[in-house]
Ligand binder design. Structure first.
Ligand code: C2E
Ligand code: MG
Ligand code: MG
Ligand code: MG
Length: 275
């Protein structure tokens, strides 16, 4: 069960490691099949303007429906797709699919905004900006109607590289958001130098159904900092009326969360008749 490496280090292959390796291989081939057979779908979650309750935009969220009908959450396949590189193709599909849907919606809701999640691997892909440009031209979307969301951890991983890549994307005219803000390790001085437009404050900041004074103090500080940096703020994960009311009072610009609207299939969302 143990194998000697050249260095004399002993590596133990536990049976469980074998099972893990196998599971990873299976997941990779399943993801390849999913791409080829169209098993991915997008759901959309509205971004609500807290001042007046209007729907400012929607965030596209990828879903994987396996042939047996089981859904796999992005947290359970995006990391693997990043590792094996399939996120490039999945991400391109997401961009074009979301772009097409946004264009359809904008026929009746011309101000509707689209947010798309972008993985770290996509950001480093030299062809990514071209993909974004293709999406904009193909569906005649004004660049300012599209926000690309990048997680804080991705941006802080390679700050200098991120600035260069974000600058290329900004040149297309799209908007950029820091996603899951507060879960990574942002250097605040660094944040100031990123060409971003929006801060998405992670739901970890509102852990209580009734926000405590401490919760509020921390979020207020973040919102004030964002305002000083002229960044629009979005608070994620609003699940209760009390949280909604508190975020509105703090002057957070936009909100997202199950209490406002759960992610839903596009046919079920924002149909102009229902609106
Ligand atoms: P995210 O971009 O921060 O998206 C927000 C996540 O929080 C979504 O989970 C959403 O369903 C969930 N959420 C929304 N409101 C609430 C709430 O009130 N309470 C709670 N507990 N959760 C709420 P989802 O769809 O499972 O996505 C998880 C993550 O996977 C996303 O986090 C994003 O980082 C990633 N992801 C999703 N779609 C894509 C994609 O197309 N491309 C890439 N690269 N990543 C994606
Ligand atoms: Mg996001
Ligand atoms: Mg987020
Ligand atoms: Mg999040």
């Amino acid at each position: 069960k143990a194998k000697k490496e050249g260095t004399g280090k002993v590596v133990v292959f536990a049976p469980q490691m074998h099972a893990e390796a196998l599971a990873r291989l299976t997941l990779t081939s399943d993801l390849q099949r999913a791409l080829a057979h169209g098993e991915f779908r997008l759901q959309y979650q509205p971004l609500i303007r807290l001042a007046d309750g209007a729907t400012a935009g929607v965030e596209a969220l990828v879903r994987w429906r396996r042939p047996d009908g089981r859904y796999v959450a992005p947290a359970d396949f995006v990391p693997m797709a990043e590792e094996n590189g399939l996120i490039m193709d999945i991400g391109r599909w997401v961009l074009l699919e979301a772009g097409a849907q946004a264009a359809r919606w904008r026929e009746t809701m011309p101000d509707l905004h689209l947010n798309v999640n972008v993985s770290g691997r996509q950001l480093t892909d030299p062809g990514f900006a071209a993909d974004v440009r293709l999406m904009l031209t193909e569906f005649r979307l004004p660049p300012t109607a599209v926000t690309l969301e990048l997680t804080e951890s991705v941006l802080m991983n390679d700050p200098a590289g991120a600035i260069a890549r974000l600058t290329d994307l900004k040149a297309l005219g799209v908007r950029l958001a820091v996603d899951d803000f507060g879960t990574g390790y942002s250097s605040l001085s660094y944040l100031q130098r990123l060409p971003v437009d929006e801060l998405k404050i992670d739901q970890a900041f509102i852990p209580h159904a009734e926000p405590t004074a401490e919760d509020l103090a921390v979020i207020r500080a973040v919102v004030e900092m964002a305002r000083a940096l002229r960044l629009r703020t979005v608070i994620e994960g609003i699940e209760t009326e009390a949280q909604l009311a508190a975020m509105r009072r703090l002057g957070c610009d936009l909100g997202q969360g199950f209490h406002l609207c759960r992610p839903a299939d596009p046919e079920r969302l924002l149909s102009p008749v229902a609106a």
